[in-house]
Structures are given as structure tokens and as C-alpha cells.
Design a protein. Structure first.
Length: 321
């Protein structure tokens, strides 16, 4: 009996050793890092080409990444992490997308995801979502990506960390790894030296009295989106009879009526209050509470835009009184 036990133990040890040798031959983690060879575009995000408006920068909820092409690569895997990406934590970083080769640039979109296994269906994410994009179905939270803006409020309240992925207003480092086949990743990975975040921002530098959307509230000043802005107000009239879509749900958008800044009555975002829900962009681009309308029906100034800024970025707008 003891002899059989020793034989069994020997087989297990040999099998374990073989597995270790096999893993050593095909390491899971990358072996080296090339820092600074992956870059991130700063400024307003990319956008679709529109025949009327031209190139609509600030439209996509995405970072634009650029890297050096790797010869013979079949595809690339792009990951993001709140801490610098290294050879040890590559697989701890969130997968953003895969890109088919040949390629040396890509728009990578921020997106949150529900992990079904840890989800307990408590409904807290449903209650806190400012865009009504989450429902609990059969005990599992489900995201409607037609409505989701990746604000990350669901991440903040989830008690079991069932919501993963990337979101607005968080600093992310990026890494990319070439794959020569499903089981053949490159040893070296390219990473960004710095971290970046995605925010909403009012592009007020381009304004003039003749450059206006014409959607101001009647009887108020008519300087484009400055006064009576739909981003702030829910109605087009002072009697509150004509609904034009919900304004900011947390009072983070404010109007400089004093004026404090250099442009009278300008609209600004208070980033101490902002939850990155994107409602201001919807109202600015697609007034009357229209979500993702046909491009031909776009009406508005589109001054609210999506913008990529470096970690530690500080707003240059005047302080809210």
C-alpha cells in the first residue's frame, strides 16, 4: 500500500515539474518593457467626418493611441491600468481592445462591464446610474450600451467589485503587446510613460456673437450658448411649459453671469461636482433630450466636447463663485 502511495506521489511531482518546465518555455508575463514607444493624443478626441460640420473633434469617448508597427504581428492587445504597466502586472491591467495588424494607431473606447459571477443583483448600480442605463435582469445587472456613458458611478457603489473596465475622469497608463498567433505573444510590450484621463470640457475659446447655436431661451441674452443654455435649463421658456431635456443632474454646470472670467455669461463645468455623466454633451449636441439622433438632425453648438488631458490636469476656467 505504501509503495503505491510513493509511486503516486512521484507521478504527481513529475507531472508538476513538467508543467513548470512547460510554463517556463512559454512565459505568461512579458519579459521586457519599451517605455515611451506608445503615445496618447492630447486634446479633443477624434470624431466622425460630417459633410455639413466638417471633422467633429470631441465626439468619441476614446483615447487615440499610436505605436511603432511590429513586423509579422497578427494583432495587438491594448490594456489600461491606473498604475504604470510592467512585466509583472500586464495581466492585471484591463483589456481595452484588440486591433488587427497591420496597424500603428487606434481609438480605444472607455467602457464599463458587469461581471456576472460576482454580481449579486443588489440594484445599487441601477439606482445610482444617472443615464438609466442599468437594469437588474434575472438577478444580474445588465448595461444598455446605447445609454451608458462610462461615468463609473456604478463602479463606486458596487459592494462586490462586479463592475470592471475603464471610465471617465480616472488616470490611465496604457500598454500594447503584439501577438504573432493566439499562443504566441511578443516578449516585449510598449507602454506609455504618463497617465491620461478623459473629461468633458466646454470649448469656449472658439466663441463669438456670430458663432451661435440659436437655442437660447427667449427673452434672455442671445450670445449663442452663453445665456439661457439648454445644458443648464430643462425648459425653453420661463413659464416652464416647453421641455427641452434634462440639464446637469448634479449642478456641475454653471454660468458666469458676474462676470468673473474674460467672456461674459460663459458656461463652465465645476469639476469638483462633475460626475462625468455626459448629460451636458447630449444637451449641447442633441437638444430636446434626443440620444444618438441621426447625424442629419444634429442641432446645437457642440461646444461641449470630450477631451484627453494628462494626469494632474487642472482646469484653466475661473473659479465658481
Amino acid at each position: 500500500m505504501k509503495k503505491h502511495i510513493f509511486i503516486l506521489l512521484a507521478v504527481v511531482i513529475l507531472a508538476s515539474s513538467a508543467a513548470c518546465f512547460k510554463e517556463a518555455e512559454n512565459p505568461v508575463n512579458p519579459g521586457s518593457v519599451s517605455s515611451g514607444t506608445l503615445t496618447v493624443d492630447e486634446g479633443f478626441t477624434a470624431g466622425a467626418v460630417d459633410p455639413v460640420w466638417g471633422y467633429m473633434t470631441g465626439e468619441f469617448s476614446a483615447f487615440t493611441l499610436r505605436w511603432t508597427e511590429v513586423g509579422d504581428a497578427q494583432y495587438y492587445e491594448i490594456r489600461a491600468s491606473e498604475s504604470p504597466i510592467t512585466t509583472e502586472n500586464w495581466y492585471e491591467a484591463s483589456i481595452m481592445t484588440t486591433v488587427q495588424a497591420p496597424a500603428d494607431t487606434a481609438d480605444v473606447f472607455v467602457q464599463v462591464e458587469i461581471q456576472e459571477e460576482p454580481c449579486i443583483g443588489c440594484g445599487l448600480c441601477d439606482q445610482v446610474c444617472p443615464m438609466d442605463a442599468i437594469t437588474v435582469q434575472d438577478g444580474i445587472a445588465v448595461i444598455d450600451y446605447e445609454l451608458c456613458t462610462a461615468c463609473g458611478q456604478c463602479m463606486d457603489v458596487c459592494p462586490v467589485n462586479a463592475v470592471t473596465g475603464t471610465r471617465y475622469a480616472k488616470d490611465y497608463y496604457f500598454g500594447i503587446r503584439a501577438f504573432f498567433g493566439d499562443e504566441s505573444p511578443a516578449t516585449d510590450i510598449a507602454v506609455s510613460e504618463n497617465a491620461w484621463r478623459l473629461i468633458y470640457y466646454n470649448n469656449y475659446y472658439t466663441f463669438s456673437p456670430t458663432n451661435s447655436c440659436g437655442l437660447c431661451i427667449q427673452e434672455e441674452d442671445s450670445l449663442g450658448c452663453y445665456g439661457g443654455c439648454y445644458v443648464i435649463n430643462d425648459y425653453t421658456d420661463q413659464a416652464r411649459e416647453t421641455f427641452c431635456g434634462y440639464g446637469c443632474p448634479v449642478d456641475a454646470v454653471w454660468q458666469d453671469t458676474l462676470p468673473i472670467g474674460t467672456i461674459p455669461n460663459m458656461i463652465y463645468i465645476d469639476y469638483d461636482k462633475c460626475i462625468s455623466c455626459g448629460q451636458c454633451l447630449f444637451e449641447c449636441w442633441n437638444y430636446h433630450n434626443m440620444i444618438n439622433p441621426d447625424p442629419a438632425s444634429y442641432v446645437g453648438m457642440r461646444s461641449m466636447k470630450r477631451r484627453v488631458v494628462p494626469a494632474g490636469w487642472v482646469s484653466d476656467q475661473p473659479e465658481r463663485p
